[in-house]
Design a protein around this ligand. Structure first.
Ligand code: GLC
Length: 629
């Protein structure tokens, strides 16, 4: 590691300055804990630059000011979180996600939904990007023009802060995206950078000709090939700028510490509005180096850790959630108490769909067995689907062990879920099909992918099965609001020019009013899915074994069955068993003989006798409280 040079910006000097400036005692205590780490990270990231450590001093000052302005209620929350650091691992946690406009018209409409959120038992609400962004296509708000202004069509920043407080009173943590890999081309920094304004020239990666873009593109991958080839787009003046996603989303240059400082300011601003969890968008892309894929480089981790250290000083109650939809080894590399405490679990999500298509639970079972464990103090966010496409991010090495070849298997899954394979029950839509590489991803609502849209008899059961897994493997389950009433694909996006080119809009429907109206009507798919799913939610809340992350894979010795134990107190555990096949299967008595024969079916409330084996219905799932012997 680089030697730390004592100098005007070393740790003890900065701490000394804080003391003599009369900084708040609590802030100084945070700084004493986290500044040494931040300093070390700065040395590693920026040590070679003359201005690197000067920036550190101004970042600490920024944190100090932010702490001073932090509302009292949020400081109280910081202390509460500090005294129960595992709060987010509880079985009572339940996430929901929605678009503000589509689900509720605006921020005030979201507030009106709080009673419903409580009815569901939400403790976490992710509002999709709500910041000011370009008119027309803004990648669903993922092109941010200001982190301090709410999109006026949705409300204001004051309303957001008030909503955060209302949610908190209802026991719900507000989650928003922190889209820090890029800004929109309309962001003030972007405009200044293009104009060459001093201090902003190096905020983005701009090159005069194709030499560097060509060199980088030899090793980078195309993320949105429907929009543009490669990783760069051309500016009006002929220069080239890095744009991983849409042409109007320009990647920031984090090799410049001024960018770190500027973004830390935006992050702390949001923290002080009452946001409790920041969803760290596109973390794999934040650092670039020639000759690499420019994904998940070591510096990406150092940067996240540095942001984490800044937060721990000025808003210590906040969590980071990582959005890394990459190889499973890389996904876990972002998860630690010092980096991102929680993370999407894209592997479990994708393999749940994989198992439903193949009627073979082995890949998912293998993933639960070897890729589920996490460091202490961290948790998965388990979901059935998101606002994005499904990418088949399983490890080819894992699949090969089961005799499954990655490339053709992914092609099969894509064909299956976009309704091209024979006998498919799914009605998904392809996303970003790349004819050059054969790569593609899939979009669609849970109900449409699971077979309800196609009228398949197993559709509703599959929706329940997929959720039952997400609700029982541990961590924070995340519900895409509307899926609880089995909302279907919305093809009307094709008529809206700003959406027509992005098939992800098919699974971002407007709030399905009619289906919500049917949610108590057992004669409708909405009613049946809602009552079965809310039963699962209720059971999960009352089942401590389903909190935390400890999971022991259980070999049910039947291919279509995914099974595991969630250990609890004094020899008790919950056995979860799900059958992805279209017909019933048996788990025989011998396989269950390590368990006492008396068990309790938590979903039905009925006693179960394991002594003769158990039957799992087609697409059936059981949560059984068992005793190991
Ligand atoms: C994330 C978002 C996705 C967006 C991309 C670019 O992957 O989930 O919707 O397109 O980042 O910001």
């Amino acid at each position: 590691m680089t030697q730390l040079n004592p100098g005007p910006h070393d740790v003890s000097r900065i701490l000394g300055d804080l003391n003599s400036a009369g900084a708040d005692r609590e802030f100084i205590a945070h700084a004493e804990l986290h500044l040494p780490r931040l300093h070390e990270l700065f040395v590693r990231l920026y040590g070679e630059r003359a201005d690197g450590l000067e920036r550190l001093a101004s970042v600490v000052d920024l944190a100090r000011r932010s702490w001073t302005e932090r509302p009292r209620a949020l400081k109280a929350l910081d202390r509460e979180r500090d005294s129960s650091p595992d709060w987010f691992e509880s079985e009572r946690m339940l996430g929901g996600v929605c678009y503000v406009d589509r689900y509720a018209g605006g921020l005030s409409g979201i507030r009106d939904q709080i009673p419903y959120f409580r009815e569901l038992g939400l403790t976490y609400l992710h509002l999709m990007p709500l910041f000011e962004s370009p008119e027309g296509n803004s990648d669903g708000g993922y092109a941010v023009s200001s982190y301090r202004r709410v999109n006026p069509a949705l409300g204001t920043m004051e309303e957001l802060a008030a909503l955060a407080a209302d949610l908190r009173r209802a026991g719900i943590s507000l989650v928003v995206d922190f889209i820090f890999n890029h800004t929109s081309n309309e962001h003030e920094w972007a405009q200044k950078a293009v104009a060459g304004e001093p201090g902003y020239e190096d905020f983005y990666l701009i090159y005069p000709d194709r030499e560097m873009p060509d060199a980088f593109e030899r090793t980078t991958r195309e993320i949105f090939p429907d929009d543009h080839a490669g990783s760069f787009v051309q500016l009006d003046d002929g220069r080239w700028i890095w744009a991983t996603f849409y042409h109007f989303q320009w990647d920031l240059n984090y090799a410049n510490p001024a960018v770190f400082e500027a973004m830390a300011g935006e992050m702390l601003f949001l923290a002080n509005q009452g946001v409790e969890i920041l969803r760290m968008d596109a973390v794999a892309f934040i650092w670039k180096r020639l000759g690499t894929t420019c994904e998940s480089l070591p510096e990406a981790h150092l940067l996240l850790q540095a942001f984490n250290a800044v937060l721990r000083m000025a808003a210590p109650g906040l969590l980071f959630k990582s959005e890394a939809i990459v190889h499973p080894d890389e996904v876990v590399s972002y998860i630690s108490p010092d980096e991102c405490q929680i993370s999407y679990n894209p592997l479990q999500m994708a393999l749940t769909w994989e198992a439903l298509a193949t009627r073979d639970g082995r890949l998912l079972q293998q993933a639960l067995e070897r890729r589920h464990a996490l460091p202490e103090g961290t948790a998965w966010v388990n979901y059935v689907r998101s606002h994005d496409d499904i990418g088949w991010t399983f490890a080819d090495e894992d699949a090969a062990e089961l005799g499954i070849e990655g490339y053709p298997h992914r092609r099969f899954l894509n064909d299956f879920y976009v309704g091209r394979a024979e006998g498919t029950f799914a009605r998904g839509v392809p996303f970003q099909e790349n004819p050059r590489t054969g790569d593609a991803r899939v979009t669609g609502t849970t109900a449409s992918l699971a077979g309800i849209e196609a009228g398949d008899a197993g559709g509703e059961d599959r929706v329940i099965l997929a959720h039952a897994l997400a609700l029982s493997t541990g961590g924070i389950p995340l519900l895409y609001l509307g899926d609880e009433v089995a909302q279907l694909n919305d093809y009307s996006y094709g008529e809206r020019p700003e959406e027509a080119g992005d098939s992800r809009w098919v699974h971002r429907p407007f709030r399905p009013e009619q289906r919500y109206a049917q949610r108590t009507d057992a004669d409708t798919p909405a009613g049946r899915v809602f009552s079965r799913l809310t039963r699962l939610l209720e059971v999960r809340r009352a089942t401590p074994e389903l909190g935390g992350n400890e999971l022991v894979a259980f070999d049910a010795r039947v291919r279509p069955v995914v099974a595991f134990l969630r250990p609890g107190e004094s020899g008790f555990a919950v056995l979860v068993a799900a059958n992805v096949a279209d017909s019933a299967v048996e788990i025989d008595a011998l396989t269950l003989s390590g368990l006492a024969p008396e068990a309790l079916d938590l979903i039905t409330g009925a006693p179960v006798w394991l002594g003769a084996g158990i039957t799992l219905a087609a697409h059936g799932v059981r949560w059984l409280r068992v005793r190991t012997r």
